[in-house]
Design a binder for this molecule. Sequence first.
Ligand SMILES: [Zn+2]
Ligand SMILES: [Zn+2]
Length: 161
Amino acid sequence: MAVIVENKLNELIGEVKKIFSNHLEKNSYRKTPERYSILEEIYRKNDHFDAEGLYIHMKNQNYRVSRATVYNTLELLVNCDLVTKHQFGKNLAQYEKSYGFRQHDHLICVDCGEVLEFCDPRVQQIKNMMGDILSFEITHHSLNLYGKCMKIACDKRKASL
Ligand SMILES: [Zn+2]
Ligand SMILES: [Zn+2]
């Protein structure tokens, strides 16, 4: 996940809050401060996280939010494309911010669950080419590569040596 400088980040957070507001209004959902805090915290994070991890993060930041609010706000954010939901193998669903960030794909360690990102323009070329050849309007894609990371800290592997 690309790290961006603070004033750029604040600008981006303002933009995503506007998009979220429109989505909430359009669907007659309540615009509660908790929902905006969750959105902001997600955009200040630079990693992939699961719903429970986000709830714990909010608690650690002293926000008074319920688990249910965190879970349903996440779903709302996925529905308006501000957050992407990933299913990496059999692990819990993981999430990451998506607005204003470059398209990328993932490498997942099957031992420790580490998620790495890569960006290769050839993926876009394949999408364009296959869309043309098969007359298919490709709207999104998911490309996950699984394997074993070479980190010394990869605990399960160390244990098996
Ligand atoms: Zn690993
Ligand atoms: Zn990612």
